[in-house]
Design a protein around this ligand. Structure first.
Ligand code: PLP
Length: 355
């Protein structure tokens, strides 16, 4: 037998792991600086790590109350109703729930190109079709109504990423509104704020309150340093928030993930340190890299290096792993995650040597 026709599906290409690269190069993993997956340079919040340890002896029970607690806590944080908080296995899981809730077979979605691969992957899993709007170097990767609407053709979901991965550009709330106004009543605009904590601009959650056609995606993977526990969520309009009960996988977020996230939310110091250091690292890269960079609102900087494959490989041989953005359609660029001060200085030195 065969699975269904998966020829339109592509595998997600994750940034490479430290152990994987160290083994291949015969190096000590601790000597490598991994700046390829936009992970938190400071690790998880210590409070979250402690919460995980403390709960370990009780993971034989199904998770329940901690998910309720986390939804309530996030609802307070965003000033929405807890029903509007759709917890999931990472932001990716929340994208799946939105696709499940929105897409009938054959419905279209509109995604940024270059952009986050999982929007299209998730739509295809849910029997949707995928169209793209360009995020163009010529406009410094602007995402606004003028760039998006000419490519809109009645799709059911339009994805915006702010800050945008891999370019670091932002979408203003006025433009989110203009895009939502310029699309059909039955079109949902999803604003992916996976890097929202690193930006100074306001969240699009304000629009979730005002309208029924904007949803926001957030995650604990980046600023909170919990990529490995997989906890993300969508904030959706109250009008249809109850759809969650009908689309979520039972126990959508693990007990460990909920407890770690609850603890991380209380640890302001860790997030502040992460955000401040990322801001420092961005400036350091703009000022000291011997190549063109784009201003970024995330914890990463896109750098124009010429032959991305060659530069990424040369840097890796020197122990610095960066993301070659060829798979995003930018074969002349690498994306460098903001590290600690020490890691960032070393990355800049190595990259400059490789250019
Ligand atoms: C990292 C990321 C996500 C979500 O990641 P999860 O680990 O699944 O929470 C979503 N969108 C973008 C653009 C990202 O870079």
């Amino acid at each position: 037998m065969e699975p269904r026709d998966l020829s339109a599906h592509v595998a997600y290409e994750a940034g490479r792991g430290v152990e994987e690269v160290a083994r291949e190069l015969g190096l000590d993993p601790d000597s490598l600086v991994k700046l390829s997956s936009n992970e938190n340079a400071f690790g998880p919040s210590p409070a979250a790590a402690e919460a995980i340890r403390a709960y370990a002896p009780r993971v034989h029970t199904y998770p329940k109350s901690s998910a309720t607690d986390l939804r309530e806590r996030l609802a307070e944080r965003w000033d929405v109703d807890s029903a509007q908080v759709w917890l999931a296995n990472g932001g990716d899981g929340a994208l799946d729930y939105l696709a499940r809730a929105m897409l009938d077979p054959g419905d279209g979605v509109l995604v940024p190109e270059p952009g986050f691969a999982y929007y299209g992957m998730s739509a295809r899993y849910h029997h949707g079709t995928v169209a793209e709007y360009p995020v163009r170097k010529a406009t410094d990767f602007a995402i606004d109504a003028d760039e998006v609407l000419p490519h809109y053709d009645g799709e059911r979901v339009v994805y915006l990423t702010s800050p945008h991965n891999p370019t670091g550009s932002e979408v203003s709330l006025d433009e989110v509104e203009a895009i939502a106004d310029g699309t059909d009543e039955e079109t949902l605009v999803v604003v992916d704020e996976a890097y929202g904590e690193f930006a100074d601009s306001p969240s699009a959650v304000a629009l979730v309150e005002e309208r029924d056609d904007v949803a926001v995606l957030r995650t604990f993977s980046k600023a909170y340093g919990l990529a490995g526990v997989r906890l993300g969520y969508a904030l959706v309009p109250g009008e249809w928030a109850d759809a969650y009960a009908r689309v979520n996988t039972p126990f959508a977020a693990s007990e460990i993930a909920c407890r770690a996230s609850l603890a991380a939310l209380e640890d302001d110091e860790h997030v502040e340190k992460s955000v401040e250091t990322a801001a420092w690292a961005r400036e350091y890269m703009y000022d000291n890299l011997a190549c063109d960079t784009w201003e970024s609102a995330g914890n990463f900087v896109l750098c124009e290096v010429g032959d991305a494959g060659a530069v990424a490989e040369a840097a890796q041989r020197e122990g610095v792993i960066v993301r070659d953005t060829s798979s995003f359609g930018l074969p002349e660029c690498v994306r460098v995650t903001c590290g600690t001060r020490e890691e960032t200085r070393r990355a800049v030195e190595v990259l400059n040597d490789c250019l």
